[in-house]
Ligand binder design. Structure first.
Ligand SMILES: *Cc1c(COP(=O)(O)O)cnc(C)c1O
Length: 415
């Protein structure tokens, strides 16, 4: 007997959880209904190894059109010319997009430089437990010990001492603006290629609320499911002279057939990201995050860098005598979902660090504004300051459910 009914019931339960909770995990969002629709289509059946016009299988006439549209929209959303830039939309994830750039442009053992995982970088920026740190020789940079801001003079010093062939900038848990022009100047000083990994802030960049990595970076990688509200996936944009190396690294270098259903969903989210509505949402996302940061600070909770310029913030749970995992678990009891995270120069271990990360992308997709975020910030503070009070968490869970009723998700989506 098929377990489909059981699986579909679990899917319905998960959608209900997403409806009745506050998704404040900074890397999560609600994909648009159209991109979800494209994911669940028979495009998933097709094999199309190769690239448009150069496939290893027949029957790809429609798939070619879809992939070409996705590539076209990827450049259009950044106003890039196809005479200077090319997109490869085949990477299965943000991590795969980064592997593609490293493997396409460098040899195993080559020296790179990336942000330390414990100071805002991503696993794929040279963490020793990741392929990147195992295959390549990464030097790391971080943030200033007192300001917790990227210290560009120090980064330049490290680059001069280490002479990396590539510098990776971009982060997973950095609440402030990244100066891509300065990274370019540092890369030029040592003759390094520059990769900007904008997995988190891509939506903000498209909306103009964070400076763009174009034209500074040689390669820009991103996910499509964080601030972009598309399918779970990734892509690379590179300067046109490097495109053949990037294409070869992805296929046949590291992948077989592309996920054509996901590529269709990427085309959709790239075009949705060019709407005025999307831009307004990104602007609101940042305002919401700043309202949340202010409320938490007013409540005496330490916010790293005393605020945020983007869609996420980091709190230091030691300011309420907790560790991050405890804090995140307490909030989850009230249907408020966040994640534990290291804070810069964290003395605690990564699996039980001192901080928590929160973001406002998903709540902003639901239409919440400053007023709701201030209220939510108040609930978060109450819970973290009263870890013994289980009743309080129950009461807040009821209020959370009531609040979410006014912000429905996937109203037209049948499962
Ligand atoms: C999320 C993220 C990635 C990886 O994305 P996956 O799709 O989870 O592989 C890469 N780089 C940065 C900076 C990220 O935040």
């Amino acid at each position: 007997m098929s377990i489909s009914p059981q699986i579909f019931e679990l899917i319905r339960q998960e959608v209900k959880r997403q409806q009745e909770g506050l998704v404040m995990i900074a890397s999560e969002n609600y994909a648009s209904e159209d991109s979800l629709k494209a994911i669940g289509t028979p495009l998933s059946n097709k094999y199309s190894e190769g690239y448009p016009g150069k496939r290893f299988y027949t029957g790809n006439q429609y798939i070619d059109e879809i992939e070409n549209l996705a590539k076209f929209e990827a450049l259009k959303m950044f106003n890039l010319s196809d005479q200077e830039w090319t997109a490869n939309v085949q990477p299965h994830s943000g991590s795969s997009a980064n592997i593609a750039v490293y493997m396409g442009m460098l040899n195993p053992g080559d020296k790179l430089m990336g942000s330390d995982l414990s100071q805002g970088g991503h696993l794929t920026h040279g963490s020793p437990v990741n392929f990147s740190g195992k295959l390549f020789n990464f030097a790391h940079y971080g943030v200033n010990e007192t300001t917790h801001l990227l210290d560009y003079d120090k980064i330049e010093e490290i680059a001069i001492a280490e002479q990396p062939k590539m510098i990776v900038c971009g982060a997973t848990a950095y609440p402030r603006t990244i100066d891509f022009a300065r990274f370019r100047a540092i890369a030029d000083k040592v003759g390094a290629l520059l990769l900007a990994d904008i997995a988190h802030i891509i939506g903000l960049i498209i909306a103009g609320v964070h400076p763009s990595p174009f034209p500074y970076a040689d390669f820009v990688t991103s996910t499509t499911h964080k601030t972009l509200s598309g399918p779970r996936s990734g892509f690379v944009i590179s300067k046109i002279q490097y495109a053949p190396q990037i294409d070869k690294a992805i296929f046949p270098g590291m992948q077989g057939g592309p996920l054509d259903n996901i590529i269709a969903a990427k085309a959709i989210c790239f075009s949705e990201a060019q709407s005025e509505e999307f831009k307004a949402k990104q602007i609101q996302t940042v305002k919401n995050c700043q309202a949340l940061a202010k409320k938490l600070m007013d409540e005496g909770i330490k916010v790293i860098t005393n605020g945020t310029d983007n869609h996420l913030l980091l709190i230091d749970c030691r300011s309420v005598n907790l560790l991050g995992k405890e804090g995140a678990n307490l909030l989850a009891e009230a249907n408020i979902y966040t994640n534990f995270n290291t804070v810069p120069y964290d003395p605690a271990k990564p699996f039980n660090p001192s901080g928590m990360r929160m973001g406002t992308a998903a709540l902003s997709t639901r239409g919440m504004k400053e007023e709701e975020l201030e209220m939510i910030g108040g609930w978060i503070a109450q819970i973290l300051k009263n870890p013994e009070d289980k009743n309080l968490r129950e009461e807040i869970k009821t209020k959370v459910k009531e609040l979410t009723l006014g912000f429905p998700i996937y109203e037209n989506f049948q499962i």
